[in-house]
Design a binder for this molecule. Structure first.
Ligand code: ITT
Length: 198
């Protein structure tokens, strides 16, 4: 079964590929490998689920393929859930990952409550108009400084509960096992097994 991945984020594509690797009957097609699709999708919903559905629906309609999307972000307790759905552009239009991480450290400089969670909603759209969503959450805390390594985004600052290292310092397979994305995709496979294997 062919599934288009409605994301332009190469890190997400790599993680989704690794997590779905055992499902070798699925052929994952990144949007970047599919010419003629819209480059930008206006993510104008106010929830992860809404934005995941917008991305999957838009690229499903444009390609005619089964399409899977990921909308995800970091929710910080002391910031009332920010940056949330604005995680990619937290420090403003055109910002870099480093800008976002610096802003988060600045906002939390005087804050002792470091609790946060990553949330990921995966949407699946079928060419006949059916659509589904699943979610995964990974709780943790925000470090006092960046601990670089692998990963992307806020990984250098996020310490998952039960660990003393950030996502960036974990082996990618370990991150994928416990991450919001890993959990959402495990839920996806459990919920959509029959769709995937039909
Ligand atoms: P697409 O919309 O093309 O999928 P995007 O990066 O813009 O790519 P989102 O709108 O879902 O995707 O924003 C997700 C942001 O949340 C991402 O850019 C990171 O800043 C952060 N994020 C999500 N998952 C993450 C992870 O596993 N590790 C670190 N940061 C993550």
């Amino acid at each position: 079964m062919d599934i288009l991945l409605a994301t332009r984020n190469a890190h997400k594509v790599e993680e989704i590929r690794q997590i779905f690797a055992p499902l070798d009957f699925l052929t994952l097609i990144p949007a970047d490998a599919c010419p003629g699709l819209p480059e930008e999708v206006d993510e104008n919903a106010d929830t992860f689920e809404g934005n995941a559905l917008i991305k999957a629906r838009t690229l499903c309609a444009a390609s005619g393929l089964w399409t899977l999307s990921d909308d995800s972000g970091l929710e910080v307790a002391a910031l009332n859930g920010a940056p949330g759905i604005y995680s990619a552009r937290y420090a403003g239009p055109g910002c870099t990952t480093a800008d976002n991480n610096r802003k988060l450290l600045r906002e939390l400089a005087e804050v002792s409550d470091r609790r946060a969670q990553f949330r990921c909603v995966i949407a699946l759209c079928a060419p006949d108009g059916r659509e589904w969503t699943v979610q995964g959450i990974c709780p943790g805390t925000i470090a006092r400084e960046c601990h670089v390594g692998g990963g992307f985004g806020y990984d250098p600052l996020f310490i998952p509960d039960g660990y003393d290292r950030t996502f960036a310092e974990l082996d990618p397979a370990e991150k994928n096992r416990i991450s919001h994305r890993g959990r959402a995709l495990q839920n996806a496979f459990a919920a959509w097994r029959d769709l995937f294997t039909q």
